[in-house]
Ligand binder design. Structure first.
Ligand code: A3P
Length: 301
């Protein structure tokens, strides 16, 4: 980590986000029409933000022409709740309060630490979750790209040790996943749990599921006009990665280059990075931590 992590409310919170998480808990007022894209970092957040934006606005932006996703990065259209990028927390709360409805925003905050009004209102939460093997590779490679130049690169071994101990931004990852998983089981109309791998496998099926979940199902006419395929293409890794708005510049007031949000955009890259002992160790942790929850991932060997 380029900044200290603090064990705060049972999760490893980046020091720079603690005050914002607390302020949101205190002041944020959810609206019934809100849509929250929740995720553990490096699980496909930006993809889900783009899809949630395109799907919930499909009646407003029915053609690709002039679509906001062509000229704005998904993190700009769907801001993170707790990320102020060096700005003021109250400004961030106001910014979200004044967003046009339906407001769509992102969060990495674990379920138990979400503002109470989000938990109590009828707003919707879509949680995107990724196989921990690919999640680790994505997080480790990302960190080495965005870390301050003054810091030495983090070796795979060192990063893996931290990952296995759950000491990563917003970790442990198993508690993060299980918090949203359990809520999606208890309240399926409130929390939709989506795996990155399933979304990759059959994007069309899941895009329709998301539209139904958000209360904006596609009509027969939408289907026959090719709208679903257009949304899938617009939000695809290949398309988003090549858009000028995602290739150059930094996010918000921050120093993170937008191009860093796009690397391989596929499932299964872990095989290129894991040794047998690593595979064995992480498989064991996944089995142990998720045991009895009903949540599982494809076995790795
Ligand atoms: P990889 O590093 O495996 O390529 P997040 O948005 O949570 O930071 O997750 C980033 C991961 O999602 C990266 O994974 C990135 O390449 C991938 N990604 C970005 N846009 C995507 C898209 N449109 N479709 C699928 N994956 C995407």
């Amino acid at each position: 980590q380029s900044y200290p992590l603090h064990l705060f409310q049972d999760f490893w919170c980046p020091g720079i986000h603690i005050d914002a998480v607390k302020s949101f808990q205190q002041y944020f007022q959810a609206k019934e029409s809100d849509v929250i894209v929740a995720s553990f970092p490096k699980s496909g957040t930006i993809w889900m933000k783009a899809l949630a934006f395109a799907i919930s606005n499909h009646q407003r932006f029915s053609s690709l022409e002039g679509h906001p996703l062509l000229t704005s990065n998904p993190h700009e259209l769907v801001p993170f709740m707790e990320f102020t990028f060096g700005g003021d927390i109250q400004d961030q709360i106001l910014r979200l309060a004044n967003m046009a409805e339906p407001r769509i925003f992102g969060t990495h905050t674990p379920f138990p630490s979400l503002p109470k009004s989000i938990k109590d209102s009828n707003c919707k939460i879509i949680y995107i979750c990724r196989d921990p093997f690919d999640n680790f590779v994505s997080a480790w490679t990302y960190f080495n790209k965005v870390k301050p130049v003054s810091l030495p690169p983090v070796s795979k071994e060192e990063a893996f040790e931290m990952y296995c101990n759950g000491v990563v931004d917003y970790g442990p990852w198993w508690s993060h996943m299980l918090g949203y998983w359990n809520e999606s089981v208890a309240k399926p109309n409130k929390v939709m749990f989506m795996k990155y791998e399933d979304l990759k496998e059959d994007t069309s099926f899941h895009v329709k599921r998301i539209a139904e979940f958000l209360g904006v199902p596609f009509t027969q006419e939408d289907e026959s006009s090719g709208m679903i395929e257009n949304i899938i293409k617009l939000c695809s890794f290949e398309k988003m990665k090549d858009l000028e708005v995602n290739k150059s510049g930094v996010i918000g007031r921050g120093s993170i280059e937008k191009k860093n949000f796009f690397r391989k955009g596929d499932k299964g890259d872990w095989v290129n990075h894991f040794s047998s002992p690593m595979t064995e160790k992480l498989s064991k942790i996944v089995d142990e931590k998720l045991s009895g929850s009903g949540l599982s991932f494809k076995k790795h060997s």
